[in-house]
Ligand binder design. Structure first.
Ligand SMILES: [Zn+2]
Length: 299
């Protein structure tokens, strides 16, 4: 009898037993029932310590946690070495910081959100975690895109440069305020629309050779938003798990696919930003014949 209890205690410590503790969709509190096509693999409500322990066995948030956990490591290990911190002028240094913040923050917010979403506090704590995730995405969308906006207006007069950056920052902060009070996932996505549309405008102008920025960065600038939008759409439409409900609970569901695609999108943003920062660091950039404003200066 005593040996039997010991066996149970011992069994509870093994990963296999932890998997047996996993719940079904219908067992979860309402605020954690966000995708009805994911049927199993839910962690029950847990302490913070147990959530940390859930890093070491498989459940339906494992892929989401690991994809963005590895993205944090990858960005922190690679990005700082590649940035041109020491080029003359403080502007490129400030823009390098913007890029580092933009390239790391979404994964930190997302990692914390997915790891601790089932902490046994209350729904208010869950909503706070959701806001941490949103702030991470916002830092990426706003700070991360500032180097691209700065490159676009790099060769224009100072007052126009400040005006454009000010408009972009205002739109970004407006989006953040709206995102913090948004009630639904669609409302949250729409909050990012104004700064997104401004980036689309700059991207379109760059496609036509209008405005500054490295010509080599263009394809990556297109990819950074295209891949992210495709990923967000897959996530919103819950494809493919809505076609085969309950079959993709642990891996390859829409949120997993979206996580990988947004990492790829930020890798494109990283490549584009490196090229733009190098382009801005070159003192002769604005005098080159390929740039339209140089024609204006010669007139
Ligand atoms: Zn996520």
């Amino acid at each position: 009898m005593h040996g039997g209890i010991e066996a149970v205690v011992h069994q509870e410590e093994t990963p296999a037993a932890k998997i047996l503790l996993l719940r079904r969709w219908s067992d979860m509190p309402r605020h954690l029932q966000f995708n009805p096509h994911i049927h199993t693999g839910y962690r029950p409500l847990m302490t913070i310590r147990q959530c940390l322990g859930s890093l070491f066995y498989i459940h339906n948030e494992t892929v989401n946690i690991l994809t963005h956990g590895f993205a944090i490591l990858y960005m922190l290990l690679t990005v700082p070495h590649l940035l041109p911190w020491n080029t003359k002028g403080t502007l490129v240094g400030i823009l390098s910081w913007c890029h580092l913040i933009g390239a790391v923050s979404p994964w930190v917010g997302s990692f914390l959100y997915h790891l601790f979403m089932n902490v046994n506090y209350d729904e208010v704590f869950y909503r706070t975690l959701l806001k941490v995730d949103m702030v991470g995405i916002w830092l990426c969308q706003s700070f991360g895109a500032i180097p691209m906006m700065a490159a676009a207006v790099h060769c224009l007069a100072d007052n126009i440069w400040y005006c454009c950056i000010f408009i972009y920052c205002t739109l970004s902060f407006w989006g953040l305020l709206k995102a913090m009070t948004a009630g639904s996932p669609w409302e949250r996505r729409l909050c990012f629309a104004p700064p997104f549309l401004m980036r689309m405008l700059v991207m379109t102008l760059r496609c036509f050779g209008i405005g500054g920025g490295s010509p080599d960065a263009l394809i990556h600038i297109i990819l950074q938003d295209l891949v992210a939008v495709i990923g967000a759409t897959i996530g919103a439409l819950r494809i493919p798990e809505k076609w085969i409900p309950g079959k993709l609970d642990l891996v390859l569901n829409s949120h997993n696919v979206m996580h990988v695609m947004v990492v790829l999108a930020v890798c494109s943003m990283h490549t584009a930003t490196l090229k733009d920062l190098a382009w801005m660091s070159d003192p002769s950039t604005c005098n080159k014949a390929s740039y339209p404003s140089s024609d204006r200066e010669e007139l």
